[in-house]
Every structure is written in C-alpha cells, then in structure tokens.
Design a protein around this ligand. Structure first.
Ligand code: DGJ
Length: 734
C-alpha cells in the first residue's frame, strides 16, 4: 500500500510543477474508484465513478474512452460546477461578489492525500477562481473497507469585502449510465419513510426540505439510485446516500442530455444566502454514500459498518431497554404514579424508565401541549420533590432513569415567551403561526444557544445519574425571522444555516461534557433522522406510529441507511395486534415498551417478561451483526430479515406476516437465509414463543449453512403465527 501513497504524493508534486498537464486523481475504496482529472482549461472533471482497477497506472487513460468534449455544450461532468461563466447546467456553487457579479470559474490548483489511518484516506483538492479571490476545497474521505465516501467542500473568501454564498453544495457527483432509478421517501406524522421508486427522466428531480427544524417530516435526505435497472437486495449497481445535515436540504438529480446523471446534494439554498466575510471559510456538511455492485443488501451493510464505527455515537456499545410513559399516561402523572411505573419497569426486567413530556412548568403547567414549553422547572404539583427524588426512587427500584426534553421550542403560553419574546423565531409585524401550539427558539442568537445548553447542563449536573435524554423537536420554522440577526445587521437569510450550526455546537458541548448519557433523537416521530445529528445521538425514534405491521415497513426502509442499534422500537397500545407481534417487531433494534402494564393479561405479562430476557440473548447480534433482508413485504406476504454475527456462528431471523388478507397458506415456500457459513452446521430453533403455543422448529434438526441459504427454512408463518423469530446457532454453541 505504501508505494501507492508515494505515487500519489509524486502526482501532487508534478501537479504543482506543471499545472497545465492533465492531473489525474483517483480516489479509491476497496471496490470502487472516483477518477477526477483536469482538462485543457485546468478545470477538474469527474471522468469515472465505478468499479476500481487493479492496475492503478491505467487511470489516466480512462477519460479517453468517454468522448464528452462537445464544444457546443457546457461541460457537465465538472467536479464542483460553478455558475455564471461557461456552465449552463445546475451549479454546485453560486456566489454574489461585492459588486453584484455572479460569475465564478474554478481551476485546479493542487491536491493532497492524507492517510488518516490504515482504512481512511482523505483527498483534499484546492480550486481557485482566477478572477475573484474565492478558494474552494473539495474533500473526499474514503472509508476503504466499508466502501463508503464522505464528501464535502469548503469555500473561502480570500478577498477584502464580504461575498454572498447563494448555493454551496456538499457534493457534486457524475454517473455515466443511461437509466437511473430513484428510490425516494415521503411521509408525514406517523407515516414516515413511504418509498417511491421511479425512473429518472430528463431534467431535474429535486428532493428537498424547507421546514427548517424537523426537516424530514415530509421528505428525508436519504435516497437510493439504481443504475441501469432497479437494484434488488442482492443484485444490481446501486448508490445509497444520505446528507448529514439536520436542516433544509436540496438534492438535485439531473439527467443530462448525454443520459448521464449529475447529482448535487447539500444545504438548501432556499432563502439561505450566507454572508462570508473576508478570510472566512464556510464548511458544508457531508454527503455520505456508498456504491454497491451487489444490490441494496451490500449497500446497507456498508453504511451500517461505517456508521457504527465512525459516526453513530457509541455505535459499538450497548443500549438500554426501557419503559416509557408517554402513551400510558400522557401528561397525567404524579410521583406516586411514577413510582408505580418504576416498579412496573423493574418487574418487566428492562434497564430504564423514561419520563416523557409533562414534568415541567409552574405558572403555565405543562398539562397539555398548549402551555409550559420553555419553562424547565419541575412542576411542583406533579413532582413536589423534584427530579433528584425520582432518580433516587428509580435507582432504588433497580432501574435507571431517563427524561424527555424539547429545549429548542417554546409555547407562547410560557414564562420564557413572556420574558424573552426576542429569543423566539417570529416576525415582529406578522401573525404567529404555530405547529403543535409552539414556536422555535432562535439558536442563531448565542444567548439563546447557551440557554438551551444550560437546560441540559444544569439538569445533568444536578442529577448526574440521569442515564438518558430523549430530545424532541416538534415544530417547523414559520416566519423565519431572527431579532438577533436584525439587531446585528446580519442578513435574515443566514438564519436557517446558523440555526443548525448552533444546534451542533450545543450537541457537541453536551456530548463532550456528558459522554456517558445516552441520547435519543426524536422529532414528533421520525422528523429528524440524519447522519449530521446522529454524531451526537446514540439512537433515533423512527415514528410515533408503533402499529407493528406499519413499523415493519418503516423500519425496513430505515434499515437501508441506518443500523438496527440506532432504531428505538417501542411496544405500545397503539394497535390491537397481539403482544407477541409487537414485541417481535420491536426486537429488530433497541427494544422499549410504552404500555399500561397493569392492563396486560397474566399470559401477556409473563410473555413480556420472558421476551425481555430472550432479547438479552439476541441483542448483541441485532445491534452488531450484519443485516440481510430476506423477503420483501412490498412484494411478498412475508417480511423476513436476519442479523448474523460477524463470525457467522449466531444469527436471528425475524419473520412477519405482512398483510392482513385472508390466506389459507401464506408461507408455502421456505425463506432462504443469507450471510451464513455454507460449511457450518446450524441448529434452528423458534424463540420468543408465546406461552401455551408450540414452536414450529425446536432446534433438534441440524442444517448446513448451504442448506439454509440454498433451500431455506420455512418459518410456518400464518394468521395464528403472524410473527416467528428463529435463532440459528452454530452447532458448537449452546
Ligand atoms: C412527540 C414524540 O414523538 C412522542 O414520542 C412524545 O415524546 C411526544 N412528542 C411528547 O410530547
């Protein structure tokens, strides 16, 4: 490997010596390469993105195979397409100069390749405008084993006057092909991650959000692009991507006149012109993506491997099972009731009790969602002895204590709003619009940011035994106006970006000061799930919709991008489905409960307790194993997926009846397993069996991995066995 580095360093030296010679910059992962190359005008183009070559010396010749130089057309494969000069297609960057000039040209200057460690290589490329003092750096961080790229850019104003950034994308990709199929998502509250897959036609398809906070409510920044034909689980060339940004985003997918795909992803430039002062540098968030040649299964495993190792907070760690009180009490609780719930949690055998919304506010008690938000003092009627007492009581009951907060928000009916109206995002001369009766605080104002940090800081400092924070975010931004920006004569259009940057600043401080406090990313369900925020969170809440059948679909789609260890799945009374079905679905991630335990039948209670114990035996494989999706509920009657330990000795297979139509025999075919060792012998046993029912497979018969993967196994799913969990264990294991 060393000699390759020297080769690249030599390239860099020759680049600086003879700038007009073509410079070729290959950026490799273990399977793929992006080849960037300068042209005769010293612009940087993407000449190839696909499978890599074993002979790296052949890379400079690749561009000759693509006859793209059509002088009548703009060059569409630029690595970071500027605007206002030769380019007439969708730009990656647009800048307004102090004199109002919108023209920008970017020429290659130099590049460096840094080996961060034996797996991670960072290529940084400097581009500069020959006319205006603007410098752009492109960053390509290659996670070689995981085949994941993290790509972002930075823009520096090297001039003496401020410039306005009008578009500032993170990544500009270019994919040769002919046909492209986009899997995108839409949704709303309780119906997150509804997929749609369509062939891209000429022109630009845009995925975007303008909601400010809770940005993914209608559309998340995660998507899949299949090349040539829709990729299946195990076949096809496919890009799986997600923008790591917790705010407005815009993803342009432009099929150009040569049938190639230009993909430009970044912060949404909508109402977001950003002022860059002299000598300032703006750094964009990263686009995270992988290219798989073996379908979506490999692609998602790539992303999971990357996320658990490099991004998700405590990705390799453990998670706390819990009992939450949101759906069992809503706002109606007091200390005696909570102590009863602590006992329930400890009887159930979970690790923690999570106190949800409604514990704060005195002048305006938080007894419903119209009042109290912003006043983070314990409500004296409900909790006369304060949080410290609850933490102590929970500890005495043998469980940990977690708490819900929504510190970015305020109800107009609150002391905070009365005292600090200028801290709220609202227009002084316009009607206020509310989302769930609340408004958003102006994090662009440093005083407000320190207030928000202070809420968590003082709570955790006073109560260091609080083990978990559920951080909610229910409102979008209306009337995007900041009194702080106005007072400081800064453009209002900086609000959206400044908000997210300040939010990350707060999160960073919390993470550093309280490294062992687990945090759940929640946003009125799954309105905020992205790899920008997941750097600070151990897990996310996919949806308030906990109907187990609907959750199968929501969790299925999220699993393309995010690992199971990050998915909080709660068993609730939301639907009348059998408890076993609910628990089996919730086990595909981090298991939690939000039920009225006292209403459970004795059989259900017994089953729930045994399930918590059973979960302890499989959670390691679910959290840290490799995920294989086996039967697609969008196409078949059964949803089946399995998690396999890295050494292939242990796995767990979840099977669910995915529709409620009348069927006599829904699973006539076996389910083919995946990811096992064909040579190994496995015992297959049904687990999490409901008391009084017989398991279909008792573990007595042995199967080879080859049998299980080529023939498969029939979990005997039917209407009376709507969910079946199998453990597949290598013979030598107990
Ligand atoms: C929305 C969340 O998604 C719910 O789980 C719950 O915490 C409520 N907010 C509380 O207001």
């Amino acid at each position: 490997m060393k000699h390759t580095i020297y080769f690249y360093i030599l390239l860099l030296i020759s680049a600086t010596c003879a700038a007009q010679e073509k410079i070729t910059i290959p950026i490799e992962t273990s399977e793929n390469v992006t080849i960037l190359q300068t042209d005769e005008d010293n612009r940087l183009n993407i000449v190839y993105f696909g499978k890599k070559l074993s002979d790296t010396s052949a890379y400079p010749a690749v561009s000759k195979q693509f006859l793209r130089s059509d002088p009548d057309n703009s060059i569409t494969n630029n690595a970071y397409t500027p605007s206002g000069t030769w380019n007439l297609s969708e730009p990656a960057i647009q800048i307004k100069q102090p004199n109002g000039d919108h023209s920008l040209e970017l020429k290659y200057i130099s590049h460096t390749i840094e080996m961060v460690d034996d797996n991670v290589w960072l290529t940084s490329i400097v581009l500069r405008d020959p006319v205006f003092p603007v410098e752009v750096k492109l960053f390509y961080k290659a996670y070689r084993r995981e085949n994941v790229m993290e790509q972002w850019s930075s823009i520096r104003n090297a001039g003496k006057k401020p410039v306005m950034l009008e578009k500032f994308a993170s990544a500009n990709l270019y994919i040769a092909g002919g046909k492209f199929f986009l899997r995108q998502y839409h949704g709303g509250w309780a119906e997150e991650m509804v997929p749609e897959e369509t062939e891209l036609t000429s022109g630009i398809k845009v995925l975007d959000s303008k909601l400010g906070t809770r940005a993914d409510l209608f559309q998340p920044p995660s998507f899949v692009v299949s090349i040539d034909q829709p990729a299946t689980e195990n076949n096809g060339e496919v890009i799986m991507a997600s923008l790591a940004w917790t705010g407005n985003f815009k993803i342009d997918l432009e099929k150009d006149s040569y049938q190639n795909l230009r993909l430009i992803a970044g912060i949404n430039p909508y109402a977001a012109e950003y002022e860059l002062k002299p000598s300032e540098t703006f750094e964009t968030p990263a686009l995270i993506y992988t290219l798989s040649h073996q379908g979506k299964g490999t692609g998602s495993r790539n992303l999971h491997a990357w996320a658990t190792k490099y991004r998700l907070r405590d990705g390799k760690g453990k998670r706390l099972t819990l009992l939450n009180n949101w759906e069992s009490t809503y706002f109606d609780f007091d200390e005696p009731k909570l102590k009863g719930l602590f006992k329930n949690a400890s009887d159930l055998g979970v690790d923690m009790f999570l106190l949800d919304d409604g514990w704060f506010g005195n002048k305006y008690p938080r007894n419903n969602d119209v009042a109290g938000l912003g006043d983070w003092q314990e409500n004296k009627l409900k909790l006369p002895h304060g949080l410290g007492y609850l933490v102590k009581e929970a500890t005495a009951a043998g469980i940990k204590f977690g708490i819900w907060v929504e510190p970015e928000m305020v109800n107009p009916k609150s002391e905070l709003y009365e005292k600090h109206r200028d801290w709220v995002i609202r227009h002084p001369d316009r009607k206020e619009y509310y989302f769930r009766n609340q408004l958003v605080l102006d994090l662009a104002n440093p005083e407000v940011s320190s207030f928000v940090f202070g809420i968590i800081d003082s709570m955790l400092t006073k109560n260091p035994d609080i083990a978990f924070i559920k951080w909610d975010c229910n409102a979008v931004i209306y009337n995007a106006y900041s009194a702080y920006l106005a007072k400081n004569k800064m453009p209002q259009s900086m609000l959206y970006v400044s908000y997210v940057k300040a939010l990350y600043g707060i999160m960073e401080k919390i993470k550093n000061k309280f490294p062992s406090t687990a945090m759940m990313l929640c946003s009125g369900g799954g309105g905020r799930v992205d790899y920008g925020a997941l750097k600070y969170f151990t897990e996310y809440w996919p949806s308030d919709n906990t109907d187990p059948l609907e959750r199968v679909f929501i969790q299925w789609e999220n699993s393309y991008f995010f690992p199971a260890i990050a998915s909080c799945n709660h068993v609730t009374d939301w639907s009348p489905a059998p408890l076993k079905f609910k628990i089996d679905v919730a086990m595909m991630g981090k298991l939690g409960f939000d039920i009225v335990m006292n209403k459970l039948s004795p059989e259900d209670l017994l089953f729930a307790k045994k399930a918590v114990e059973e979960y302890r035996t499989i959670s390691d494989v679910v959290w840290h194993g490799d995920l294989y999706r086996l039967s697609d509920p969008f196409k078949k009657n059964i949803a089946a997926l399995m998690y396999v330990s890295p050494d292939k000795t242990k796995s767990v297979v979840f099977n669910y009846l995915a529709n409620t139509r009348y069927q006599t025999n829904v699973s006539p075919e076996p389910i083919r397993l995946n990811g096992l060792d064909p040579e190994k012998k496995y015992r297959v046993k049904e687990i999490n069996v409901y008391p009084g029912t017989m398991p279909a497979l008792n573990g007595e018969q042995l199967y080879s991995g080859e049998f299980l993967m080529n023939i498969g196994i029939n979990p005997a799913v039917n209407r009376s066995r709507a969910s079946v969990v199998l453990s597949v264990t290598e013979l030598s294991l107990p």
